[in-house]
Write a protein that binds this ligand. Structure first.
Ligand code: NDP
Length: 335
């Protein structure tokens, strides 16, 4: 598959391009806003060439486009790609606003192309193991979920993420991943959130605690706790699901790597669960995307999933701003 990359980004260089190479896909062109930097980026990262012209890139015979500019620029890249009839993989969060994100998904549907959101954690063997345990009924009914997405943001990423512009901040960076992963593991939607944020010195609000309610059609409600931080140097990330017959704890779960363990705990014993093959998350995601393009199933995270997970992250931001609980409909609309 031939790709254009819109965005000369860190994530494209560190994860996506190595994964494309491993799969034998061809990164034909990268689009950046500075021509010299885009050209240097192309040479350094093994992309055919760099340009500042999206039109030129989309005219280069590419099948698919990966959009990884800063969040407020995703929409422009996706609309251009879809307008040229290309399939598109867009980074999360899809956009800083729900209207923009919905318009992107609608445009892709109207053009009949595949649109996916790069919530990479859906490709984690540890996360997929948790989802399997829930789906198989190994935990009984889900009573609650607790996520710790607690990192020290690497120095090289302390740029636009820490600003106050639309699209920046810990919620649109980390919480949106948690929400998508919770939806993926439990099959439930987030129905209500209340959030507290603190400023720990890196940016405005750089750590948040979210309490929420999970539910779904014919599903009893469950509790949700999220702890997301850019500021935590020594924590392990974790994803824990509490059920009526067992609980499952995944450690080092909220990661870009396929590491981590899953422990299943029942009343009288604990066991380590085999998570299967520890494949690179981005390789798995891109392979599944290519299969969807070839007409075999959906990508791991669709555009619509990206919209729903964004809706919850925006509700968390609204709660931080207003100090109030925010309710969401089962379809992700703010109620
Ligand atoms: P970067 O800051 O590396 O890149 C974003 C944009 O900033 C680039 O497209 C580029 O603009 C500009 N830029 C980057 N470095 C420089 C520089 N040295 N000089 C001038 N401009 C520069 O962003 P990330 O890779 O961290 O994130 C990009 C997107 O990917 C975001 O949407 C983010 O949320 C998402 N992301 C997803 C991850 C995942 O695992 N799913 C992980 C990390 C990020 P231009 O291209 O116009 O030149």
């Amino acid at each position: 598959m031939k790709w254009a990359l819109i965005g000369a980004s860190d994530i494209a260089a560190t994860q996506i391009l190595p994964a494309l190479r491993q799969l034998g896909h061809e990164p034909v062109v990268v689009v950046g806003s500075d021509g010299e930097r885009a050209a240097r980026y192309a040479i350094r990262n093994g992309v055919g060439y760099g340009t500042t012209s999206i039109e030129e890139a989309l005219g280069a015979g590419v099948d698919a486009v990966y959009v990884s500019t800063t969040n407020e620029r995703h929409a422009a890249g996706v609309h251009a790609a879809v307008g040229a009839g290309c399939h598109v993989l867009c980074e999360k969060p899809l956009a800083p606003s729900l209207d923009q994100a919905r318009a992107m998904v609608d445009a892709a549907a109207g053009a009949g192309v595949v649109m996916a959101t790069n919530h990479h954690l859906r490709n984690s063997p540890v996360i997929r193991t948790l989802r399997g345990l829930v789906a198989d009924g190994a935990l009984g009914r889900v009573l609650g979920v607790r996520v710790a997405h607690t990192n020290l943001l690497p120095e090289r990423l302390r740029g636009w993420r820490l600003g106050s512009e639309a699209g920046a901040g810990v919620v649109l960076d980390l919480t949106v991943h948690d929400v998508d992963t919770v939806r993926f593991v439990t099959g439930m939607e987030v129905l209500e959130v209340a959030a507290i944020g603190v400023a720990q010195g890196m940016s405005g609000l750089d750590a948040v605690a979210v309490a929420g309610r999970l539910g779904g059609v014919d599903r009893a409600d469950a509790t949700l706790h999220l702890h997301d931080a850019f500021t935590t140097p020594h924590a392990r990330t974790a994803f824990e699901v509490f059920g009526t017959t067992a609980s499952a704890l995944a450690t080092d779960a909220m990661s870009q790597t396929p590491d981590g363990e899953v422990v299943l705990r029942r009343a009288d014993r604990e066991e380590l669960v085999d998570v299967g093959e520890r494949e690179n998350l981005y390789v798995r995601g891109l392979r599944a995307f290519a299969e969807a393009v070839a007409g075999h199933g959906d990508p791991p995270c669709t555009g619509e999933d990206g919209v729903r997970s964004l809706a919850v992250a925006l509700a968390v931001n609204e709660s931080l701003l207003t100090g109030r609980r925010v309710s969401l409909g089962i379809t992700g609309d703010i109620a």
